[in-house]
Ligand binder design. Structure first.
Ligand code: SF4
Ligand code: SF4
Length: 445
């Protein structure tokens, strides 16, 4: 694609990067076929190619974002299916990230929307606040029925619709807290490695059982696990809201904490059980590339980051003989794992090797609609995607659904009675851990 940035514009490293990305696009449109919003809405401007044109126009003319541009960028899930499909290697992720930052800086959203986004950015990355907000949301649920509801689903939801969606996501109960930051779990038997395990923010409140299963699996296979004390939210949630000041601040804090731990006790990897977080941590090196102090350390941390299944794949897990029977597992490949990190086979192969019957879900490339805060901000598109995902899952008649991302787990659990667990819970069980709480729902009541 031909671009028309001025030399002065190209002196800005972000614009130079956008120029490189835009020039790679040959407008073939292959990406439209796998874009969930284009598949649902059929509007070119809700396709990757359409959004690329909108972003190009906005950046080239150096104009403040218009309402129309914001509408179509907001509808993008950042699922990155388009990047998997694109034959020209267009890095849509870095382009849309830049557009979101510009929108956040230069576009004035209506006051209620600004307030909602500010609340999400304040609460979600802070586990203590998030826990309180979940309790409040549970109390507020009966009020949800009193809020005005649209008669038909719409791709332009009202604020009330978004508040209803937020209340609807609150779980019926919260589990007890998991292990605190600073905990160290020694390897059982001979030590083969030492890793940090990201504690996550929403996940540690909604499902501490996931990291508990990871710790059990790892220590049983000779890996010492540390929960780094001064670690915080990885920044993914605010990054996707375009609030880069917050996201980069969190990235720097984590890099400092993890490098200190690596110097002190040694770290072979930083493991992540929420693939949405893993995708962003693996991108720290890019996000901080212009930061003189942090560019090198950020690249080092990104190189250390691994999804739990990536790391477990190299551990030669020792399954116990057939303790789970022939359980049929529908494997939901989270977008952040399959499109963001290109991890597609390892989770399924691990489950198969450890005694599960694994089924691929039809239309597995399509997002479930979770996408960070998307199911709150765009509830109707998110619900349509969830219902489509659940209908596809039902076709393989599973006993259980496995996924590698808490957002997907909550989203899918909200529409099915089939238990939803994390892949690592099944691997822990198969290798001698407890049976996962297959009926302890993490989904809404
Ligand atoms: S598939 Fe790639 S090159 Fe083709 S239009 Fe989409 S982004 Fe551009
Ligand atoms: S990230 Fe997903 S929703 Fe956004 S343009 Fe690409 S395929 Fe479509």
């Amino acid at each position: 694609m031909k671009t028309e940035f001025s030399l002065a514009q190209l002196a800005d490293p972000d614009i130079a990067e956008a120029d490189k990305i835009l020039r790679a696009c040959v407008h073939c449109g292959f990406c439209t076929a796998t874009c969930p919003t284009y598949v649902l809405l059929g509007d070119e401007l809700d396709s990757p190619r359409g959004r690329i044109y909108l972003i190009k126009e906005m950046l080239e003319k150096d104009r403040p974002p218009t309402q129309e541009v914001v509408k179509h960028i907001d509808r993008c899930l950042s699922c990155l299916a388009c990047m998997t499909t694109c034959p020209s290697g267009v890095n849509y992720m870095h382009l849309v990230d830049q557009a979101r930052v510009k929108i956040e800086k230069e576009y004035r959203r209506p006051l209620p929307e600004r307030a909602l986004r500010a609340i999400l950015a304040l609460v979600l990355p802070r586990p203590g606040l998030f826990r309180w907000s979940m309790m409040l949301a549970r109390l507020g649920r009966p009020l949800a029925a009193l809020l005005p509801a649209p008669k038909v689903a719409t791709a332009s939801p009202t604020m009330w619709r978004r508040i209803r969606a937020m209340l609807a996501l609150a779980p019926r109960s919260l589990p007890a807290r998991g292990a605190a930051g600073g905990s160290v779990f020694p390897a059982l038997g001979e030590r083969r490695g030492r890793v940090a395990l990201l504690q996550g923010c929403a996940q540690q409140v909604l499902a501490p059982r996931i990291n508990l299963a990871a710790v059990n699996l790892l220590t049983r296979h000779g890996v010492e696990v540390v929960l780094v004390k001064d670690e915080q939210c990885c920044g993914a949630l605010t990054h996707h809201l375009g609030q880069d000041g917050d996201a980069l601040g969190r990235a720097r804090a984590n890099i400092t904490a993890w490098l200190a731990e690596a110097e002190q006790g040694g770290l072979d990897a930083i493991l992540v059980t929420a693939s949405g977080c893993g995708t962003v941590i693996k991108d720290y090196g890019f996000m901080l590339r212009e930061d003189r102090e942090f560019a090198g350390p950020a690249a080092k941390i990104s190189a250390l980051a691994r999804d739990i299944t990536e790391y477990a794949d190299g551990l030669d897990l020792r399954p116990k003989p057939q303790q789970q029977g022939d359980l049929i597992v529908a494997y939901h490949s989270a977008c952040s794992l399959q499109h963001g990190q290109k991890i597609t086979q390892a989770p399924k192969e691990l489950l198969s090797k450890n005694g599960f019957v694994v089924k691929d879900i039809p239309e597995g490339h399509l997002c479930c609609g979770s996408a960070g805060t998307y199911n709150i901000l765009q509830p109707d598109i998110a619900n349509r995607l969830r219902d489509r995902k659940i209908a596809n899952i039902a076709m393989v008649k599973p006993d259980v659904i496995a996924a590698g991302n808490i957002g997907c787990m909550v989203q899918i659990a909200g529409g099915t009675s089939v238990p939803v667990v994390h892949t690592v819970e099944l691997l822990d069980w198969a290798t001698g851990g407890p049976r996962p709480g297959l009926n302890s729902s993490i989904g809404p009541a």
